[in-house]
Design a protein around this ligand. Structure first.
Ligand code: HEC
Ligand code: HEC
Ligand code: HEC
Length: 427
């Protein structure tokens, strides 16, 4: 009898406790939950936009693979990095991560277990992203379907695979930071600076790197991209890709469509536009254009380019040979006057990327051909065929030297050795 009473008392307690639990739970779902869910949904929508601006998918997806499941191999001079799975799969992705863990990765370059991450993940720039924006991106990533996919480990060369080196590298070159608005500038300028320096990680390519792969500053002064035969031109010099004398609308058009009257985005820049910049909202692309336009303000006068005061007979013959090749292989598209066809074939006359001090992008275009980016505004871009199999190194050198010096263009000549050095390692 006593036993039964005890059982009764205990089970009543259990019932009351359960009921209480249910009431609390019901109250919770009735008030907080929907509000919370809506906030989360809104954050995820904005997060999806930010994830585009950061081009996270570009690196964290293999060709034809599941979005964000990682596995893409990035070759650098330090080895091959394999991007991790950032879908919310609990075993192979970031399904067990909290907002805090994600913030730590983006802001501090540390994984959930405290492992230091390699700067092949551009957290050196993403560190400037605000906590609010990071949370929104996290909400979006967590809303994706989880993909179970384990990826192979990084294959980093000796001695860079010696882990303590990464800690030393970070001590020397990385400091978690946030974007500090410049009060003397407009709101648009500050928004543009925040996007360019942070999430847009333009500096990851448009900067000079030292032998340890660290970029020297935030000034976007241009540099050779690691592991690729592309030179990302200076955005702060009018001689390269500075846009100080461009109208805001033209800069915005270049960023979102990749082609304007005087420039066309090629190679990895075309990819950045296709995967990321074409999706910028009008306000954000305007802001970025305002900021980019201001970058050449400190440039001291015009640095003179190459000038041939006297054209020697040899030089003339050299350029004539290049001219013949141009007529045969290039003229149909780029025109006898080098002016191309508006919006279809870029002009080579007066084209800064053709005349840049470093000829590697022009060489690259001729060897590998290419497309300007496929965007909503330009869904079927015209392409250029690769000439790698058609022209010998000497011929590529001749025709590139020609386009660098025809129609009033002026730049140094290119040798067969320059061409040879820049074969392979494409994009
Ligand atoms: C240029 C290529 C590149 C881009 C762009 C990039 N990542 Fe990564 N990411 C990497 C690489 C490489 C690693 C692994 C680094 C390592 O192994 O130390 C990584 C690591 C990570 C990690 C840590 C995962 C883990 O398991 O520790 C997270 C989280 C992450 N990235 C999120 C993002 C987000 C969010 C974006 C966009 C804002 C982004 N990544 C853009 C290359 C990239
Ligand atoms: C993955 C490397 C990479 C990233 C990231 C990158 N760029 Fe570029 N960019 C390049 C390369 C390579 C070129 C040279 C090829 C060309 O002229 O299109 C270039 C060229 C340019 C040009 C000149 C285009 C022309 O033909 O005159 C502009 C402007 C530019 N980038 C702006 C940006 C901005 C703004 C960002 C950040 C939102 C950015 N880039 C991020 C690689 C990159
Ligand atoms: C079938 C048309 C076609 C032919 C033939 C052609 N091109 Fe192009 N070219 C293009 C298109 C389209 C682009 C823009 C796509 C891109 O930059 O990837 C381009 C881009 C370029 C660029 C890059 C310009 C920039 O601003 O980045 C150079 C340099 C170039 N071509 C030189 C040549 C030379 C030299 C030849 C002959 C050996 C040649 N092209 C033949 C269509 C053509």
């Amino acid at each position: 009898m006593r036993h039964l009473t005890m059982t009764f008392i205990i089970s009543s307690w259990v019932c009351i406790a359960l009921l209480w639990g249910c009431i609390v739970f019901a109250a919770d779902t009735a008030t907080d939950e929907p509000k919370h869910a809506i906030e989360k949904q809104q954050a995820a929508v904005y997060g999806a936009y930010l994830i585009r601006v950061g081009n996270c998918m570009g690196c964290h997806t293999t060709k034809g693979g599941q979005p964000f499941a990682g596995g893409r191999r990035l070759s650098t001079s330090f080895g091959i990095f394999v991007t991790p799975n950032i879908t919310p799969d609990k075993a192979t992705g970031i399904g067990l991560w909290s907002e805090e863990d994600f913030w730590q990765a983006l802001h501090q370059g540390k994984s959930r277990d405290g492992r230091l991450l390699y700067p092949a993940f551009p957290y050196t720039e993403y560190t400037k992203v605000t906590r609010e924006d990071a949370n929104a991106m996290f909400a979006y990533l967590q809303s994706l379907p989880p993909v179970s996919q384990s990826n192979p480990p990084n294959d980093i060369f000796f001695p860079y695979n010696f882990k303590p080196l990464l800690a030393i590298w970070r001590a020397l070159y990385f400091k978690a930071s946030s974007y500090e608005p410049d009060q003397s500038q407009s709101e648009a300028w500050n928004r543009g600076a925040y996007l360019t320096q942070g999430l847009g990680h333009c500096n990851a390519c448009h900067s000079t790197r030292n032998v340890l792969g660290a970029s020297q500053d935030d000034a976007l002064t241009g540099g050779q991209i690691m592991g690729m035969n592309w030179y990302a031109p200076s955005l702060s010099s009018q001689l390269e890709a500075g846009v100080g004398d461009w109208a805001i609308e033209e800069i915005a058009a270049l960023l979102t469509t990749g082609i304007t009257q005087r420039a066309v985005a090629s190679g990895s820049m075309a990819t950045v536009i296709r995967q990321s910049l074409q999706y910028l909202s009008q306000a954000d692309v305007h802001a970025m254009a305002v900021y980019l336009k201001s970058l050449t303000a400190n440039e001291s006068g015009n640095v003179p380019g190459v000038s041939f005061s006297v054209m020697s007979g040899n030089l003339r013959r050299h350029l004539d040979l290049g001219g013949q090749l141009y007529e045969e292989y290039c003229q149909t598209c780029h025109g006898a006057d080098g002016k191309g066809a508006s919006g279809i074939y870029p002009a080579l006359a007066g084209n800064r990327s053709v005349m840049m001090k470093s000829p590697i992008n022009a060489i690259h275009s001729v060897l590998n051909g290419g497309y300007s980016p496929t965007t909503a505004a330009n869904p079927k871009p015209y392409g250029m065929p690769p000439f790698q199999q058609i022209l010998r190194n000497e011929e590529v050198a001749l025709v590139v030297s020609y386009i660098r010096n025809a129609w009033g263009n002026r730049a140094s000549l290119v040798t067969a050795l320059d061409v040879d050095r820049n074969k392979g390692g494409g994009y």
